[in-house]
Design a protein around this ligand. Structure first.
Ligand code: PNW
Length: 503
């Protein structure tokens, strides 16, 4: 149970071994379609800094990262990569790597400092994103913009606890989204409403490892809060999709969707039906929770209704209609994916706030086989076969073109810049995961349209602070110097090669 809580803790960093991938994991540099887009991704709070520059308001992360005692490894993102002041350099860097896409998020409280629909707008914040977008387009890089990557304005949290008040949040989020579409939508053609509703619900409102840090220890109701938060995300998403299609799509002609994360789950024991069922059930509780209402316009999966009972909110008839009307407008499935785990059915009664369907997640199966070679962080193992299976699972269930909106890893032993730059594990990881995409496309018939590496550069890894480094560019957090790692050049060259091969 505590496993997920560890995902953002700095103590998990694996520091002292070199990778061994074994024979069955060899990069083949398989082809990708000629128009396959590659890019890099970041999120506002993790890279921007400038937390009160030019009138920015506070977000729940500005508060959370300054709690005493610290819940974020003693670290905050007041400065982090200082992307806020270094955008020109960062865009040139991306351009030198030949990326097609930059996925970033807007800090809601930078453009509406207090967050609410009747609160003042901060033109300087809008100017910052206008400049970023214009610089990207000048370098032929497509901006892909996430509206909500975890940093709710503190103002709306103080007023009504943000995501816990569905009606208020929905109205404020709609207003914020409308401002973004009207100011940036002439140039931004791919929108993501929310990043990872599962993490927003479970990590921020059950385990408490992410802001606002709700968990049993601080006295919040972990039995119901995560499901109410998930409900808010789904309805806010659908409302904004409907508004975009009615009011903005006719002139702006862009695409909109949501990003769901999810591990792939293999059965702990493939000879036992209960563990085979457990793996499927875990996928449904993780991904179907959001995917079924959003992409299919349906109720929550029946397995979840049966298990969670009154803990799971109901959709009203009107809300069901909203979901049904908007499902078809989601233009792609945004997939954040990092690793594969084993799912083991438990037989003891679950805790009263269990969110898994009574399943334990493990890195090793009943035969003693590991899910894959461990990266620089304990929960993340390289398992490209699971990635390919997940692409198939999502395609079979939702029939939407997939964009891999995040994928990447920290490398073992990245503590000093010399070791960090020669990031062999990460190059292997990328190579294997790109091969898996090629196989999913050409052998399985899955539609995959793009791949965005997480992350453009080392940044603030939430509660784990600056420990784990996910960047393809090294950042020295004292001097802010950026140094591309070999994996950045690997991706640049590999995409040239893979896409040429298909022409
Ligand atoms: C994503 N998991 O978070 C986020 O979108 C990023 O902001 C973050 O930096 C990145 O992945 C790396 O952690 C996740 O364990 C973190 O299931 C953990 C999980 C999933 C997503």
């Amino acid at each position: 149970m505590s496993q997920e809580a560890g995902m953002f803790s700095a103590g998990d960093v694996v520091s002292s071994h070199s990778p061994s991938f074994g024979k069955e994991l060899t990069v083949e540099e398989l082809p990708l379609p000629a128009d396959f887009a590659w890019g890099t991704a970041t999120a506002a709070y993790q890279v921007e800094g400038g937390i009160s520059a030019d009138g920015k308001g506070k977000s729940i992360w500005d508060t959370y990262a300054h709690l005493e005692p610290s819940r974020t490894n003693g670290e905050n993102a007041d400065v982090t990569c200082d992307h806020y002041h270094l955008v020109p350099e960062d865009v040139e860097l991306m351009s030198s790597l030949d990326v097609d896409v930059y996925r970033f998020s807007i800090a809601w409280s930078r453009i509406i400092p207090l967050g609410g629909r009747n609160d003042p707008i901060n033109e300087k914040g809008i100017a910052f994103y206008n400049d970023l977008i214009d610089r990207l387009l000048a370098r032929n890089i497509e901006p892909v913009v996430t509206l909500y990557h975890w940093d709710a304005p503190q103002g709306i949290y103080d007023r009504y606890t943000a995501l816990l008040d569905t009606a208020e949040f929905q109205a404020d989020f709609k207003h914020y989204a409308s401002l973004c579409f009207s100011r940036f939508g002439d140039r931004v053609k791919k929108w993501v409403t929310f990043n990872e509703p599962y993490i927003i619900s479970i990590f921020a409102h059950l385990n408490g490892t992410l802001a606002p840090g709700h968990c049993r220890a601080v006295g919040t109701d972990t039995k119901t809060e995560p499901w109410r938060v998930g409900h808010t995300v789904i309805l806010s998403h659908a409302t904004v999709v409907e508004m975009y299609m009615a009011d903005f799509f006719p002139t702006q002609k862009g695409q909109i969707s949501i990003v769901l994360n999810g591990h792939f789950y293999e059965p702990y024991d493939t000879t036992s039906q209960i563990h085979i069922d457990a793996a499927q059930r875990r996928l449904v509780f993780y991904i179907g929770w959001f995917g079924d209402p959003v992409f299919l316009g349906q109720d929550y999966p029946p397995e979840m209704r049966a298990y969670l009972g009154s803990r799971l909110p109901e959709f009203t008839a009107e809300e069901r209609e909203l979901l049904q009307r908007t499902a078809k407008f989601n233009a792609f499935y945004g997939m954040n994916h990092y690793t594969t785990k084993y799912a083991r059915a438990l037989t003891d009664p679950p805790a009263d706030d269990d969110w898994t369907g009574n399943i334990e997640e493990l890195a090793v199966n009943s035969q003693g086989q590991e899910a894959g070679p461990v990266s620089g962080i304990a929960w993340l193992r390289a398992a490209p076969g699971g990635f390919r299976k997940l692409l198939n699972w999502v395609w079979d269930r939702y029939h939407l073109p997939v964009i891999v909106t995040e994928n990447g890893c920290p490398c073992p032993g990245e503590d000093d810049v010399e070791t960090a730059v020669d990031d062999k594990y990460r190059q292997m990881y990328f190579g294997l995961y790109l091969d898996a995409i090629s196989r999913a496309i050409y052998e399985d018939g899955v539609k995959v349209e793009g791949y965005y590496a997480w992350s453009l550069m080392d940044n603030y890894e939430w509660s784990a602070g600056y420990g784990p480094r996910f960047g393809i560019v090294h950042v020295d957090f004292k001097t802010l110097k950026r140094t591309p790692k070999n994996s950045a050049y690997y991706l640049k060259e590999s995409f040239q090669k893979r896409r040429k091969a298909t022409k």
